[in-house]
Design a protein around this ligand. Structure first.
Ligand code: MRU
Length: 354
């Protein structure tokens, strides 16, 4: 997608200096900086400390991380230990494990002299497939926005989204934002309500920045405002992303998604979940028991991070002795989802479009 006039992906391999490049998302929207990653260990830190984040992107990053390990040591036992190490970086989004499984499967029967080349090839394929799937999600989701636009006689379609499921969360295009980009590019009037998404503020920092770069009208709201806006008919539809979708269609997504789905259901606002099929986990029968929910550092809740006079600042927002709890994700039950949008189509049964 565009940053200024230039097209970027969120991750790529640079043949000149033989390093993987990423956009350091910790600095956005205040600074646009490319980080070079040379080793598997550096990639592990980049995923865990969220230099990059988002379900599709951490999948591609894990694949490139494994490549970096293979080019150093191509032995099979090193591949399995590096894959396990990378998989332990973040637990909720299944894309990460799925990408590592694909890499391991593709490398198993390849001689160690060819493994590095093959690993690079598969990592590039995983990246390209993620970008292509997201582009297709845009095309498949577009008619849902178009239908509301027609119903409103071409008036602005107001869409609420949570967290960042845009191109920054994938290799390109995004999931939840991809149909919005498609609608905007095809001339429909759209406006996005962006949940700030505490504690890391991916909405305020990343989604608002992304939409701004593409010229899409948007308004930032606090996380608890969505219900109020829906009660006053200010939201025509909700589109969110997903970190893991279970067999029956329950959705693990950024903490707070469940409350948006409840409010949407209560106000008869359609609630859509967009994801590439790599996010579907057919092994999950009981989402609440089986999907691991990441618990992150309490400091993310106790402190706010921002920018002041060109410098990053961190400041405490709670009393010194207050404890905090920081779950990164929650589960939205399938009964609250109007339909799922994947690269294969739109359906109220996710299994039908995987
Ligand atoms: O913790 P993050 O920023 O990696 O969270 C993942 C997400 O970006 C969201 O949950 C998103 O809605 C789904 S990932 C496309």
């Amino acid at each position: 997608m565009l940053v200024g006039e230039r097209h970027y992906r969120t991750i790529w391999y640079d043949e000149d200096d033989k390093m993987v490049k990423i956009i350091d998302q910790r600095l956005l929207p205040f600074e646009f900086k490319i980080e070079s990653i040379a080793t598997m260990e550096e990639m592990y830190v980049a995923i865990k400390e969220m230099h990059l984040r988002g379900a599709g992107l951490i999948g591609a990053a894990a694949a490139w991380g494994l490549y970096l390990s293979v080019r150093q040591l191509p032995q099979w036992n090193k591949i399995t230990s590096s894959a396990a190490y990378l998989a332990s970086s973040r637990p909720t989004a299944i894309n990460l494990q799925a990408a590592l499984d694909l890499m391991s499967k593709g490398l198993k029967n390849v001689g160690s002299e060819s493994r590095a080349e093959e690993a690079k090839y598969i990592a590039q394929q995983i990246s390209d497939q993620d970008a292509n799937a997201c582009r297709q999600i845009g095309e498949n989701g577009f008619p849902l926005i178009e239908a509301i636009s027609k119903k409103k006689n071409g008036d602005t379609v107001n869409i609420l989204t949570h967290c960042n499921a845009g191109w920054l969360a994938f290799v390109d295009y995004g999931s939840a934002l991809s149909p919005i980009y498609e609608a905007f590019n095809r001339g429909l009037k759209v406006h996005v309500y962006v949940d700030e998404t505490r504690p890391r503020n991916q909405g305020a920092r990343l989604t608002a920045w992304e939409l701004g770069q593409q010229g899409i009208p948007h308004t930032l709201i606090v996380d608890n405002a969505g219900g109020h806006l829906m009660q006053h008919q200010k939201v025509d539809m909700v589109i969110v992303g997903a970190d893991r979708v279970s067999k029956n269609g329950d959705v693990a997504n950024k903490i707070g998604t469940y409350l948006k789905a409840l409010a949407a259901n209560d106000n008869e606002v359609p609630f859509y979940v967009a994801f590439p099929s790599t996010t579907y986990d057919s092994s999950i029968e009981n989402s609440l028991l089986e999907i691991p929910i990441e618990k992150r550092n309490a400091d993310e809740v106790l402190f706010m991070q921002g920018w002041h006079q060109g410098k990053e600042v961190n400041f405490r927002i709670a009393p010194e002795n207050t404890k905090a709890l920081n779950y990164g994700f929650d589960i939205t039950p399938a009964r609250l989802v109007s339909a799922y949008i994947t690269e294969k189509g739109v359906s109220d049964k996710p299994g039908a479009i995987i």
